[in-house]
Design a protein around this ligand. Structure first.
Ligand SMILES: Nc1ncnc2c1ncn2[C@@H]1O[C@H](COP(=O)(O)OP(=O)(O)OP(=O)(O)O)[C@@H](O)[C@H]1O
Ligand SMILES: [Mg+2]
Length: 1020
């Protein structure tokens, strides 16, 4: 792999495993930098893909790129997320094991973009039927909808996902996507009521206001101005240059329809969005009495209508709280602060629950309904918030960073630890690799009774005066001694200086983060006053009706706190991920200013550290790249060794040992464990794969003629791909009994015994062809087809050539086109007829051999307005004594002119030019024939040019005499005025000699040229 990879891509190494100095962080970052500068944003660490956000559109996500990665071995092509996608897809199909792709990285690193690109890859490359197309559309369209409701502009990312997302794509047995399911995690609801400076609320609010039709806004009671809404002005950033809310609105509106929302549902959904904006504008008064009252009922009127509730009841619920004293229900008035937070709590609850409803609704539309075949396979995509550290970190950052600790733990478990454990289990010597196991931090957060979440819950639930500060004190009491926990009180002097008294610090695997406890209890309780819940349960809005279930009111059990719910959902997520084969995409943000081309080394080093990339690399380099169970390895490759083919009767390990010995594996390339072979370098495996491919090919032939019926579009790779999808499922592992049987029956008509084999042979040829298509029109290589595919192969070859010619023609400039036209004419006249033609082929024709200064001004003056098309120095031989005279030959649009210094010696109108004679040898002599009865002419002209092919091609074109250039063997007869004739005799010799012979002829000895093989044409 090493040489192949570096040859393919000379900018740094495309797999960090190949880094010379693989333990050096500086070398690691330098490699990233080098590649980033060349727009190579993807690099592997073994099978982990590292991706650096380019912050600009690179032309690497086209359909052609998708095709390039489809069905191709992971290491055969340069790193790309399509390679990871394709690899997961093929593993899912061949190994029948569910897959998941975990995309991680900090905010703005490109996680969501990557997950969308992967989804697009599957949508484009997987087989489809009508039903599948609908599902593909819905899967794709779920993105703009979820982004509208769940993404927002933050300081770090203009389209930041404010929720975590795990999406399962379900595939049927044919590999077609037939369904999907989304799980969402912890929407940042607080954004609905508050945004930091420079940030926005969720996109949907602005989209609705900017893009909503007049009629719609009127119905919703909204104005087309975000500044009017309290919930949209906090960040003071209604407009963002990179976002077009109006066009995004159209996209979202269309997507809702594609997903299957009815008009009524859309209306009810928008009623809710509008009502959140109205809620934000509910103003309270009543400072004097201390009891809050609503000062204007405009908002309440809209709210009552949009939410489908009674206005009076809503007003009361927004200003009072229901308490039960001595078994009696009482309404207790709220003060201003309490009322505002009750209102905000309602807004958050309404928005948050609606978001969950939306996800459920999308899930219903993606659900695979065909019960007849439940046995689908799954690829999961996890796009979840990365590690976050702000100036002020609150409950949300605590949850997000906890989530990242869990994912890191999973990463460690699945890649580092399990790798090591597997070597140990196999009895292979393992050089221990130091890595930080972050289980200790996960435990600190989540352990029952002792963990931070348990302590927080306890404070939320206990009677008495619990507050954020008592929570902090409890933490100090319980986990104060933990090595990854510090508070102001517990810290040393230096740390104290950078910590507030209301903060606790966690030493995460990624770095230290101070969390401010203010708001922890409220956010964890996530309480909505009972009477507000009651109002919402009575809502006539059908969506809210589903969001606020009446049973909630009668259920005596207190709902789980936000942190506990989150913890449970993460535990579930870990379970889901653990049950699947993982692939990783580790995203890196190159700078904090969202700029293309800027590589901020400090920022990147930090990310390399907390993504654990160096650790990952150390393990990959220390270990083996591949491992296979003996039976699998032997089954696959046994045909490559006479001792193991067709069956190995002894112990599996001995069979594998025999096989690899036969294959010439060197001792350092592999190790044999208890049940598996371990292969250190991918190159060893690929060499074996190639040998297998050749072996299979040598066995095959196929009678298929599907290709012949195809139209002739120009993208051959596409055609081959179509053929492949029609033919053999590449993912089906080789099935020896069928294969052998097929081989035996291969000469018979297609029948059940041989159809697998025949398809396989056809498939192999097409696969090989796809990988080895000629690179340009001069490349005549073409894989040899099996006998039965000869005709189809010939068709494909012609189409491929046409395609390359067409592509080539499309690219050429007018000058180059003109050059080629002249060369074509030269070829028509001289090819295989004149000896010095081949030498002229690679030399470009020039527009003229004499420029203005080299022609006497009097000549130019005499030409007047007649434009000169070509001029060349020539030698003229006198008609009588054959004396050589230097002259110039000028070609204009109408005539050829022989010039002697300042004099126009002879003018030959093209109309009068009877023809041109030239020898078949390598000399430059030629004769311009003119009519002998023309008194003005002194007879034919004998000339010699050093560029005879070019000169005569120009004459032929200017005079339109392509068919009048005569190539003569032996001698040329010409007229010397008034009926007299002269003769030129041509003979081959060692060097050019032109002289009058004793017989009065002009004798020309033409040098014989060395002819270097066949000339195909000049180089393009
Ligand atoms: N492969 C890419 N090609 C071009 N631009 C990209 C690519 N990946 C990301 N970007 C740019 O970076 C921006 C941020 O990417 P993205 O939204 O995927 O980040 P994220 O990791 O999901 O962040 P968050 O955690 O905030 O949701 C995109 O809006 C886009 O402008
Ligand atoms: Mg995102």
């Amino acid at each position: 792999m090493e040489s192949a990879l570096t040859a393919r891509d000379r900018v740094g190494v495309q797999d960090f495993v190949l880094l010379e100095n693989h333990t050096s962080e500086a070398a690691f970052i330098e490699n990233l930098r080098k590649r980033f500068k060349e727009n190579l944003i993807y690099t592997y660490i073994g099978s982990v893909l590292v991706s650096v956000n380019p912050y600009k559109d690179l032309e690497i996500y086209t359909k052609n790129h998708m095709e390039r990665y489809r069905g191709v071995n992971f290491y055969e092509v340069s790193p790309h997320l399509y390679a990871v996608s394709d690899n997961s897809y093929r593993s899912m199909r061949t190994e029948r094991k569910d897959q998941c792709i975990l995309i991680s990285g900090e905010s703005g690193a490109g996680k969501t973009e990557a997950s969308k690109k992967i989804l697009q890859y599957y949508a484009v490359t997987c087989p489809a039927s009508e039903h599948v197309q609908t599902i593909k559309d819905r899967l794709l369209q779920s993105n703009p909808v979820l982004e509208a409701f769940g993404n927002a502009k933050t300081l770090r990312n203009d389209n930041s996902s404010r929720f975590g997302k795990y999406m399962d794509i379900q595939f049927d047995f044919k590999g077609a996507p037939v369904g999907g399911h989304i799980i969402n995690y912890l929407l940042e609801k607080s954004r609905v009521v508050h945004q930091n400076h420079g940030e926005r609320n969720f996109h949907i609010f602005y989209q609705l206001i900017e893009g909503g039709e007049e009629d719609l806004l009127r119905r919703l009671g909204l104005e087309r101005n975000p500044q009017q809404y309290q919930y949209l002005v906090k960040g003071n950033c209604p407009k963002v240059s990179s976002i077009n809310d109006r066009s995004d609105w159209k996209v979202v509106r269309k997507a809702l329809t594609v997903i299957g929302f009815s008009e009524d549902e859309v209306e009810e959904l928008l009623n809710i969005i509008a009502s959140v904006l109205h809620l934000g504008n509910v103003q309270y008064g009543g400072e004097d009495s201390g009891n809050a009252c609503i000062t204007s009922d405009t908002q309440i009127k809209y709210l009552a209508r949009l939410l489908g509730v009674n206005g009076t009841v809503l007003t009361e619920a927004l200003t009072h709280k229901k308490i039960i004293a001595k078994g009696e229900e009482l309404m207790s008035p709220l003060n201003l602060e309490q009322a505002s937070s009750a209102r905000d709590a309602l807004s958050k609850a309404v928005y948050g629950r609606t978001f969950t409803w939306l996800v459920n609704k999308i899930n219903a539309s993606l659900a695979y309904t065909d019960d007849s075949y439940k046995n689908w396979s799954v690829i999961g995509l996890l796009d979840i918030y990365g590690f976050e550290v702000f100036q002020n970190n609150s409950f949300e950052q605590f949850c997000i960073n906890y989530c990242n600790e869990k994912l890191q733990q999973l990463f460690i478990e699945l890649t580092l630890k399990s790798e090591q454990e597997e070597y140990e289990a196999e009895g292979i010597t393992w050089e221990p690799v130091q890595y930080f196991n972050n289980k200790i931090i996960c435990d600190l957060v989540e352990e029952k009774f002792k963990g931070i979440i348990s302590i927080l819950d306890e404070e939320c639930l206990r009677p008495g005066d619990a507050s954020d500060i008592t929570f902090l004190e409890k933490l100090e009491d319980t986990v104060g001694g933990h090595p990854h926990f510090v508070t102001h009180k517990l810290a040393d002097g230096k740390t104290r200086k950078v910590m507030g008294r209301d903060e606790f610090r966690l030493l995460h695997y990624a770095g230290e983060v101070n969390y401010n406890v203010n708001g922890f209890l409220d956010k964890n309780n996530d309480l909505l006053f009972r009477n507000l819940k009651e109002v919402m349960c009575m809502s006539e809005n059908k969506i809210l009706n589903q969001c606020f279930d009446r049973e909630e009111l009668t259920d005596k059990k207190r709902p789980d706190t936000a942190a506990t719910q989150f913890k449970a959902s993460l535990a579930k997520l870990m379970e889901i991920l653990m049950s699947k084969e993982p692939s990783y995409i580790r995203c890196i943000k190159p700078n904090d200013s969202k700029q293309a081309g800027r590589f901020d080394e400090v920022l990147i080093r930090h990310q390399v550290k907390y993504l654990g990339l160096m650790e990952n690399l150390r393990v990959r380099r220390a270990g083996f790249a591949y491992r296979r169970r003996y039976e699998v390895f032997l089954q696959r490759y046994k045909s490559l060794c006479p001792d193991t083919w067709p069956n190995w009767r002894g112990k599996l390990a001995d069979g594998v040992a025999t096989l690899v010995k036969h294959l010439g594996y060197k001792p350092e390339e592999y190790k044999l464990g208890r049940s598996k072979i371990f292969i250190r370098f991918p190159k060893t495996l690929f060499a074996t794969e190639d040998a297998l491919e050749t072996r299979k090919h040598s066995l095959g032939e196929s009678p298929q003629h599907v290709l012949l019926s195809l139209p002739s579009p120009l993208n051959l790779s596409h055609i081959v791909t179509i053929c492949l999808s029609h033919t053999f499922h590449s993912d089906t592992p080789l099935q020896p009994p069928r294969f052998i049987k097929g081989f035996i029956y291969r000469h018979q008509e297609r029948c059940p015994e041989n159809e697998y084999f025949l398809d396989y042979v056809r498939y192999s040829f097409l696969m090989k062809l796809r990988r080895n298509l000629p690179k340009n029109v001069l490349d005549k290589s073409w894989p040899t087809p099996p006998a039965a595919l000869t005709e189809a192969s010939e068709h494909l070859r012609k189409m491929c050539m046409q395609n390359m010619v067409w592509t080539y023609c499309k690219r050429i400039s007018p000058e180059w086109k003109h050059q080629m036209e002249q060369k074509m004419i030269a070829s028509e006249i001289f090819k295989d007829k004149k000896d010095n033609y081949p030498q002229s082929v690679p030399k470009l024709f020039v527009s003229t051999r004499l420029n203005g200064e080299e022609i006497n001004p009097k000549v130019l003056q005499a030409l007047g307005t007649e434009k000169m098309k070509y001029a060349v120095p020539v030698t003229k031989y006198d008609r009588k004594g054959y004396k050589a005279r230097p002259r110039q030959l000028l070609l204009t649009a109408n005539c050829a002119i022989i010039v002697e210094e300042a004099k126009l010696k002879q003018r030959i109108d093209y109309k009068a030019l009877k023809g041109v004679s030239v020898s078949s040898l390598s000399d430059g002599l030629f004769v311009l024939h003119v009519p002998s009865d023309d008194n003005k002419q002194k007879g034919d002209v004998v000339l010699q040019s050093d560029h005879v092919i070019e000169t005569l091609t120009k004459v032929a074109i200017c005079a339109d005499k392509i068919n009048n250039i005569n190539i003569n063997q032996g001698s040329i007869t010409f007229t010397v005025g008034q009926g007299k004739e002269g003769i030129i005799d041509f003979t081959p010799g060692s060097e050019l000699l032109v002289a009058k012979a004793k017989n009065g002829h002009l004798s020309v000895v033409s040098p014989t040229l060395f002819c270097p093989g066949t000339w195909e044409g000049f180089h393009m």
